[in-house]
Design a protein around this ligand. Structure first.
Ligand code: NCD
Length: 325
């Protein structure tokens, strides 16, 4: 018996989790993108050949979203169902969490019912890590967003989408516009894009930019205050929503003031970016605030719905990796 086999057998109850974007190596990201790409025709209903239906048969996956969600929650549910898993959607608003039961006690009870994986969105940064310390051998934990900290599957689906439109990400310029301070999407993208040698630029109002950006967001990036400084020669421009629910005090004067300076339009992209530039947005979009309606709806430039479709395929890849490897 090899040492590796012995270790695996001794730790046979250890589970695989997806907690943080920077836990992933370049090889692991590549493998997830490859798997997501293989699942994509199935999500798009373009093939009858690939039938991944029973890859997760017998597994029970619970989604617990203690913060609001449309795309992430539904795409995880759909991904799990496409792989043949049983899915339970925990309703935090009608659960005993509202009667004062702790999250730890809730999870202990869910494990006692035989749940194999928990897809958790929660306002507390780092909560998945704490939960893995306690429950990591009994249940597989997947981060669907923890406060302003991380959103690894969004970063992965964004990276997957960029790979579809660019031959390589190496040296490509990705400009992320808006509320960087409160954006878990910006943090996740930065780590993954750094793995591929892309050049990441952040632009937004100074109150919405982390003060010590390299401490708050480790990794290489350049920071700007004006769109005119950030956008020249961009390959990808990603707009973010102003996360009003996370603002402690009024960090910006008003959404109208924000829009006046940072609302992306065709004109901005035409004036400064590469002719092949693409627009991305994780959603939800506040039309007319961070981006014009004409731009977000322009199928020649906007990848927003492609990102959503890719999200299902990427979450299939993530669930498969966590529950079977
Ligand atoms: C993002 C999130 O929740 O972090 N949305 C998403 O998951 N698609 C961004 C946001 O809420 O603005």
């Amino acid at each position: 018996m090899t040492t590796e086999t012995t270790t695996r057998q001794e730790n046979k109850e250890a589970r695989k989790h997806l907690i943080a974007s920077n836990d992933l190596t370049r090889a692991e990201i590549d493998a997830l993108i490859k798997q997501a790409n293989a699942f994509l025709p199935y999500v798009q209903k373009k093939t009858e050949n690939q039938k991944p239906r029973d890859l997760l048969a017998g597994k029970t996956i619970l989604t617990l979203f203690a913060e609001n969600s449309t795309r992430t929650k539904i795409s995880f549910e759909l991904a799990a169902k496409l792989l043949g898993a049983t899915v339970i959607n925990f309703d935090a608003t009608t659960s005993s969490l509202k009667k004062g039961e702790s999250l730890d006690d809730t999870i202990e009870n869910l494990i006692a019912m035989g749940i194999d994986a928990i897809v958790l969105r929660h306002k507390s940064a780092g909560i998945h890590h704490q939960l893995v310390q306690r429950f990591g051998e009994q249940v597989c934990m997947i981060n669907a967003g923890d406060g302003a900290h991380d959103h690894p599957t969004q970063g992965l689906l964004d990276c997957f989408t960029m790979h579809q439109v660019l031959d390589t990400l190496h040296d490509k310029k990705v400009v992320i516009v808006g509320d960087i301070l409160h954006s878990r999407v910006a943090r996740s993208n930065l780590h993954l894009l750094n793995c591929y040698g892309a050049k990441v630029h952040f632009v937004g109002p100074p109150p919405l930019m982390p003060k010590e950006i390299t401490e708050v967001i480790p990794g290489g990036c350049l920071v700007h205050e004006q769109l005119s400084e950030a956008l020249p020669n961009a390959d990808i421009v990603m707009a973010l929503r102003i996360q009003t629910e996370r603002q402690e005090s009024n960090s910006i004067a008003s959404l109208a003031d924000y829009s006046a300076m940072y609302r992306l339009t065709h004109q901005h992209l035409k004036q400064w970016c590469k002719p092949t530039v693409k627009l991305m947005h994780p959603g939800p979009v506040n039309r007319g605030v961070e981006v014009s309606t004409a731009l977000i709806d322009d199928p020649a430039i906007s990848l927003v719905l492609q990102q959503v479709t890719n999200g299902v395929a990427m979450r299939m890849a993530v669930l498969l990796r966590c529950l079977t490897e």
